[in-house]
Design a protein around this ligand. Structure first.
Ligand SMILES: *Cc1c(COP(=O)(O)O)cnc(C)c1O
Length: 401
């Protein structure tokens, strides 16, 4: 059956507006479309393809598990799920793991856990959840309400209550709305969708202190920042601030859908049998792949490689900017980088994205003012250099109209 981009308009719900090209094959950081055009991938499936496309070790573990056991449901546990959980617990502050299939579901579990802990320990008045403007936590109704962009949560009727927003990196504003009624503060330790915004050290430490002061739980949404993306296994490690609950997804499966919520034994105890669940959560295929992803990423070579590749990106982007004067700054950490456009190009990130695609480079945006790169963490240096040469041509296109 022949399908094309037109088919999308004929059979799909129009909540997305995908690119005109349809990729059909990927290998490492290269992708080919229906017409055989080759692209360099700096998008990584939105910070997901942490080991590029079709990494041989992931393909092999997926095939092996695919011939062994696909699915059981949580009526049974399974070996890949238990091995992965052990490795996650060994590698982080956490002592207990809950599996989901996506970032939103991992966050949904985190929020429900926080509410249940507050209810059990302090009573129904302690229900306030605070999160930050521009933050993104997924698209279920609870998580999108906690997210800090009203445009995503408006227009669906009454929202879950008890949610309040504050400005990121404004500790005084947070202090003002926090009280003993605060159940949890949810934040990204590096805002992704909101524009690649790093927290100041003072802010993130201050949030931890305020949570301690008011017996509120600190939830780090590391769906985008986790699994090596910033050059640390999780961003909290680089910040030296430990949350009570951490969520992971995206990179965790390297392209196979999986999410996880990590927490302490004492908090986990509040989700007693029957209180929460997922049919697919922890399925053997996803967990087998994620276990391999974690094995590969959680190594000094890969994590140091991320920091080195970040520098290569920054040095080259600086040269491009010296020539064309388009960015106010290049920000972010590790291989989650944002080029924030200056006054002159304000609001035009999509133009750079379209020009990049024409130059056979896949990249992302984070709002109207930021071009975002979230490539494979093991992207070869040659592909970075070649991809940035394409990006320079795309910048020239936009600059020259
Ligand atoms: C992508 C993302 C989510 C949502 O993950 P899904 O898998 O799309 O549900 C949640 N939080 C952050 C920080 C994200 O970047």
């Amino acid at each position: 059956m022949q399908v094309s981009r037109e088919t999308f308009n004929e059979v799909m719900v129009p909540n997305y507006n995908p690119s005109a090209v349809i990729p059909v094959k990927g290998e490492g950081s290269r992708v080919w479309d229906q017409k055989g055009n080759e692209y360099i991938d700096f998008a990584g499936g939105i910070a997901v393809n942490v080991l590029g496309h079709c990494h041989p070790e992931l393909v092999s573990v997926l095939k092996e598990q695919g011939e062994r056991l696909w699915h059981l449901s949580n009526v049974f546990t399974n070996e890949p799920a238990l091995r992965l959980a052990k490795k996650l617990v060994d590698a982080t502050f956490a002592e207990r793991v809950f599996y989901a299939n996506s970032g939103a579901e991992a966050n949904e579990a985190a929020l429900k856990l926080a509410r249940r802990v507050a209810l059990d320990k302090y009573g129904p008045e302690k229900d306030q959840i605070i999160s930050f403007n521009q933050g993104f936590h997924g698209r279920t109704f609870f998580t999108v309400t906690v997210g800090g962009q009203a445009a995503y949560s408006d227009g669906f009727g009454p929202k879950p209550g008890g949610v309040q927003h504050s400005d990121y990196n404004d500790l005084a504003a947070l202090d003002e709305i926090m009280s003993d009624k605060t159940c949890a503060v949810m934040m990204e330790p590096l805002q992704g969708e909101g524009g690649i915004i790093s927290p100041t050290q003072e802010f993130v430490e201050g949030v931890r202190d305020l949570c301690d002061k008011y017996n509120a739980l600190l939830i780090f949404d590391e769906v985008q920042s986790g699994v090596g993306r910033t050059g640390d296994l999780f961003a909290y490690m680089g910040l030296g601030v430990t949350p009570d609950i951490l969520t992971s997804a995206k990179s965790l499966g390297g392209g196979f859908p999986i999410g996880a919520m990590l927490t302490t034994e004492a908090l986990a105890a509040h989700l007693k049998p029957g209180t929460h669940g997922s049919t697919y959560g922890g399925n053997p295929l996803g967990c087998a792949v994620a276990e391999k992803v974690l094995d590969i990423i959680n190594s000094p070579e890969v994590l140091q490689g991320v920091k080195r590749k970040e520098q290569l990106f920054r040095d080259t982007l600086e040269k491009i900017n010296d020539k064309y004067q388009v960015f106010a700054e290049v920000r972010g950490k590790g291989l989650l980088l944002g080029c924030a456009l200056n006054e002159k190009y304000k609001g035009r990130s999509r133009d750079f994205l379209v020009a990049s695609t024409e130059e056979k480079l896949m990249c992302l945006i984070a709002g109207a003012n930021v071009i975002r790169f979230a490539p494979s963490l093991i992207i070869p240096d040659e592909d970075i250099i070649e991809g940035l040469a394409s990006f320079e041509r795309a910048v020239a296109r936009v600059v020259n109209g």
